[in-house]
Design a protein around this ligand. Structure first.
Ligand code: NAD
Ligand code: MLT
Length: 527
């Protein structure tokens, strides 16, 4: 299987992919046409911030299972499109946090003490000692916009240098901020109070242009640092604010367009310090994110949980062993329910009973949906199945019960509309032995694989013999059979495991008999 890498990552990640058995192909700074060709047969794609992963690119990647972002920001990846294509998007949110925080601290000192400017002049022989009087960080106020992973690490580091901390982040609790010694406040207050403001939000529609001319004015006489994402701070407004003296200085590692265009006003502003997106560029950080992404790609193709999947149900690795046996079982139950129901669905109800009800089951529910839609959609998996249910206006209801009748764990998939419903229940017997144990009210015991015939019939003498005879006449061998009935002489349901596929005439012959209500063939093969 091929993994395509389109932005450079650390060798440790490439080695990890090769050790996992992947063929690794690289296409750095490739044009669109080269990318489209290279991605056609790729099972995994690894990017940093340099590759735009668009709907168009994903449309030409039928084998793609996962896009791994060797880093944090995923604003260059169309996650909605990936979800529609059934492609997992995963990032490596931990590995470069400290590197980014350290770079922020470095950039803070760089601008507050004019280090790059003084350095450049000394290199050309100028001893400009009298031109630079810096700002001491001790006793100054740091305004943090976005108190997430990087923001918190910056808070710890600059807080320990004697800075007072005030932060704006509408999505974190005051307790967390307090534990870091930071006071939460509105953006305006943060900027009014800060001597130095540092931005650590993702780039989202909400944060785009969050800091513009009006906000920079509030920071009057201060410094602005952005080592998060270009686009959060308006660059023209920032350049003007530094040039006209509204701000003392600014330090930027990230830009709305990267590489930064030569005609950017930021380059002409003496007191704007810039680095070319180096926040995560330490050996340790690059190794961390590259190996994390390699591991997640290996997990995705092995159908194991992907630790930092952003668009797929994920599960704690330690719980996966307990849940794994139910993933395929739920898919099969969903598939059988769908084939038996054979009508439009209003609601899909996935119920967990017994021990499985204590687990995180999002991934199992997604698999039940995958099984349901598999006969209808060519590209369905646990990533896009919930979206397909939404598109089809199917309400997905998950419920849990502690008691599971006679079973340790029981999963039931019920499909319903206003006119009726079908329920298929499955369990795992000891030793990873999956069974379908109920279809509607009927107790059965069917191994959910291969060729299955489900007959609903009236409980009359000779019906089962008749079905056996018809199958025999067409040379179809019965491997196993289980019959359940409501009452003597009432309706019954019989499940046959067959050694081969019954052809259409068999179904017609069976259904022509007035004792048989319906006969349905279910192919539970992996074709
Ligand atoms: P994170 O998700 O842990 O934290 C982001 C924080 O921003 C969250 O606490 C969130 O609540 C907050 N936030 C979201 N919308 C907000 C809004 N409208 N106003 C205020 N706060 C808001 O992310 P992180 O790991 O801390 O990364 C932060 C940023 O740094 C990201 O943009 C990431 O891409 C970037 N980054 C850059 C580099 C680099 O090389 N320069 C390296 C690592 C991370
Ligand atoms: C990130 O979001 O992780 C950074 O942009 C780091 C990078 O990949 O350069």
């Amino acid at each position: 299987m091929k993994v395509l890498i389109t932005d450079p990552i650390a060798d440790a990640g490439i080695d990890r992919l090769r050790e996992a058995g992947f063929t690794v192909e690289t296409a750095y700074e490739a044009d669109q046409e080269t990318l489209q060709t290279a991605i056609r047969d790729a099972a995994g794609l690894v990017v940093r911030s340099g590759t735009e992963v668009t709907d168009e690119l994903l449309s030409g990647a039928p084998a793609l299972q996962i896009v791994g972002r060797a880093g944090i920001g995923v604003d260059n990846i169309d996650i909605d499109a990936a979800t529609e294509h059934g492609v997992i998007v995963a990032n490596a949110p931990e590995g470069n946090v400290r590197a980014a925080a350290e770079h922020t601290v470095a950039m803070t000192f760089a601008t507050a003490r004019s280090i790059p400017q003084a350095h450049a002049r000394l290199k050309t022989g100028e001893w400009a000692k009298g031109d630079y009087v810096g700002t001491e960080l001790n006793n100054k106020t740091l305004g943090i916009v976005g108190l997430g992973r990087v923001g918190q690490e910056v808070a710890k580091r600059l807080g320990s240098l004697g800075m007072e901390l005030v932060a704006y982040d509408p999505y974190i609790g005051a307790d967390r901020a307090e534990a870091l010694g930071a006071e939460l406040a509105e953006l305006e207050t943060v900027l009014d109070r800060a001597d130095i403001a540092t931005v650590h939000t993702p780039l989202t529609p909400e944060t785009e242009g969050l800091i513009g001319a009006a906000e920079l004015k509030r920071l009057d006489g201060g410094y602005l640092i952005n080592c998060a994402r270009g686009g959060v701070v308006e660059e023209d407004a920032l350049a003007s604010a530094v040039v006209d003296g509204t701000l003392e200085g600014a330090a930027l590692d990230v830009f709305a367009t990267e590489p930064l265009p030569e005609d950017s006003p930021l380059l002409g502003a003496e007191n704007v310090v810039v680095t070319p997106h180096l926040g995560a560029s330490t050996e340790a950080a690059q190794e961390n994110v590259a190996t994390s992404i390699a591991d997640q790609i290996a997990a995705a193709v092995a159908d194991e949980p992907v630790l930092n999947a952003l668009n797929a149900p994920s599960i704690d690795a330690s719980a996966f062993g307990r849940v794994e046996p139910y993933i395929e079982l739920a898919e099969t139950a969903g598939r059988i329910a769908m084939e038996l129901f054979d009508a439009h669905i209003d609601t899909a109800h996935v119920e967990y009973a017994g021990e499985i009800a204590d687990e995180e089951v999002d991934i199992v529910t997604a698999s039940a949906l995958k099984g349901m839609f598999r006969p209808l959609e060519s590209q369905v998996n646990a990533v896009n199945a919930p979206g397909i249910a939404e598109e089809r206006a199917i309400d997905v209801v998950e419920s849990k019960a502690t008691a599971a009748e006679d079973f340790q764990s029981l999963i039931s998939v019920t499909l319903e509309n206003g006119d009726g419903s079908v329920t298929v229940s499955g369990t795992q017997f000891a030793g990873n032995d999956p069974r379908i144990v109920r279809i509607d009210g009927y107790r059965v015991d069917a191994i959910p694989e291969g060729h299955m015939l489900v007959a609903r019939n009236y409980d009359e003498p000779g019906v089962i013999g008749f079905i056996g005879t018809v199958l025999g006449e067409y040379d179809i061998n019965i491997a196993g059979m289980f019959n359940g009935r409501e009452t003597i002489g009432g309706e019954a349901l019989t499940v046959y495991s067959l050694d081969s596929e019954p052809n259409g005439s068999i179904i017609e012959t069976l259904e022509a008999d007035e004792r048989i209500i319906s006969a349905q063939y279910l192919a539970l093969t992996d074709e």
